[in-house]
Design a protein around this ligand. Structure first.
Ligand code: AMP
Length: 284
């Protein structure tokens, strides 16, 4: 059976034993409903560290929508079974009482980074993310922590959090894992019907075709944005945003020039399910 810490004291005893045996620790925070994207982070962490902790916790403070929180998939038994095969991996499985012994009123200000895209459409989301990640870093005390590029804006927020609060942890950002057809793996994909999954294909297809047009200077940004709006209207997906931004600052790009490092970021609804995706590339 994989070892699970569901109390602070069991985690702390383990953490102390690693300290005494000079072993370093990789950390993969998740909200569970594990898929291959999560497992890729864990496998990378196993390669680069003596021991690995994966946390599974659906963090209520990062949900700005109660229905989304309630419907978020939870499947602990299945998750633990998936992790069973990994030696040197342990699970931190806290409950709300452990993570929020009292209502947290702490507020972060990440400036521009939290004013756009996810920050704009999910008010309070990044405050909740930063809060839980800071708490987890304090409790787990990892040497390295692994995050997915799937949540690009989150990686930038956490990078800023680590700098601003001087966390002694190295961040490792890992590429987005995709299903065979290109759909970015996500726990929320479970909520899609087979037909919706097929429809959701439009998200990666659009990202990759727009990359092609921009990277080779075949279309301008406004033209591409109009194309995307039309593609989504016709495809039955409700586009929340499509942005062409600098991959580090998330500032909008007005004009394509050579050697620009660009991120194309999308959020769209398929029925009630909100999906996000992004790709990063350099222009020719
Ligand atoms: P979540 O459980 O959705 O909060 O995700 C936990 C971590 O896994 C985050 O760092 C995500 O960015 C990362 N992640 C989620 N989906 C993917 C994916 N398809 N490929 C790579 N990393 C992912």
């Amino acid at each position: 059976m994989i070892e699970v810490f569901d109390t602070l004291s069991s985690l702390q005893t383990y953490r102390q034993s690693l300290y005494l045996s000079h072993q370093n620790l990789g950390f993969v925070p998740t909200m569970g409903a594990l898929h291959q994207g999560h497992l890729a982070l864990i496998e990378r962490a196993i390669q680069e560290n003596d021991q690995v902790v994966c946390s599974i916790y659906v963090n209520p403070t990062q949900f700005n929508n109660t229905e989304d929180l309630q419907k978020y998939p939870r499947q602990i038994a299945q998750d633990l079974a998936q992790l069973e095969k990994y030696k040197h991996v342990k699970v931190f499985l806290p409950n709300d009482q452990i993570m929020y012994p009292q209502r947290a009123n702490l507020r972060f200000d990440f400036g521009y980074l939290e004013q756009v895209m996810e920050g704009h459409f999910r008010p309070g989301h990044f405050n909740g993310v930063a809060l839980v990640v800071a708490k987890l870093f304090h409790l787990v005390k990892p040497h390295r922590a692994y995050f997915g590029q799937k949540d690009l804006q989150q990686t930038l927020i956490i990078t800023q959090l680590v700098k601003d609060l001087s966390f002694d942890v190295a961040l490792v950002i890992c590429p987005t894992l995709r299903e065979e057809g290109g759909l970015a793996m996500s726990s929320r994909n479970q909520r899609l019907s087979p037909a919706q999954r097929q429809q959701a294909q439009l998200i990666p297809d659009t990202l990759f075709s727009m990359q092609d047009l921009l990277q080779n200077h075949q279309k301008g940004i406004e033209e591409v944005k109009t194309m995307v709006r039309t593609i989504f209207e016709n495809g039955g997906l409700q586009l929340e945003y499509f942005e062409v931004v600098d991959r580090f600052t998330l500032k909008s790009i007005e004009k394509i020039t050579p050697q620009q490092e660009i991120a194309l970021c999308i959020a769209a609804y398929l029925g009630e399910v909100r999906l996000i995706d992004n790709i990063i590339f350099k222009t020719n």
